[in-house]
Design a protein around this ligand. Sequence first.
Ligand code: ATP
Ligand code: MG
Length: 176
Amino acid sequence: MNKGLIITYYGNGKGKTTAALGVALRAVGYDLKVCMIQFIKGEWDYGEIYSSNRLKPNFELIIAGKGFVGILDDDHDINEHVVSAKAALDLAKEKIDSLQYDTVILDEINYALKLKLIEEHELISILQAKPPEVNIILTGNYLTDQILNNSDLVTEMREVKHPFKKGIRAKKGIDF
Ligand code: ATP
Ligand code: MG
């Protein structure tokens, strides 16, 4: 009953981070503690940044990334991204092992893996060594065999329709 789960939300459709935040909202309702570490979207503004203040002290959001990598407004050297992703992974391990949180969300970590900002074996050893009762949620559109094998729950968000295709830009409160 008390075994924590490793949950992976991946796929090309919208809803991965939203699903993780939904779990957080549900958990906070039972006075459980949730920590979310964001790996990639460090320099953007998100509703959940403000929500975390309202859900204190049950929900903690840590922005660890240096923003998008190699696209849009990225003005960081790839090594800067590697350093910040590595620091984020170290922090993730610290938070997971601290036993201060029931659930730790590693948001966009699968992108960090795909971009080779972090090493897969390091992530896998963190998952395998986690305290039994802690839940971990991984998001980002990338799935390796090892992540699949080490997860208890894997859901693919598959794009069927996205307003982006009609030229509708990201919406406040829906996309960020
Ligand atoms: P969300 O944070 O909305 O749950 P996500 O975590 O599934 O989305 P990400 O890959 O993290 O998806 O991308 C975040 C942003 O990209 C969101 O604004 C989302 O609406 C948008 N997005 C997600 N999937 C698609 C898609 N298939 N086409 C265009 N934009 C997308
Ligand atoms: Mg996301």
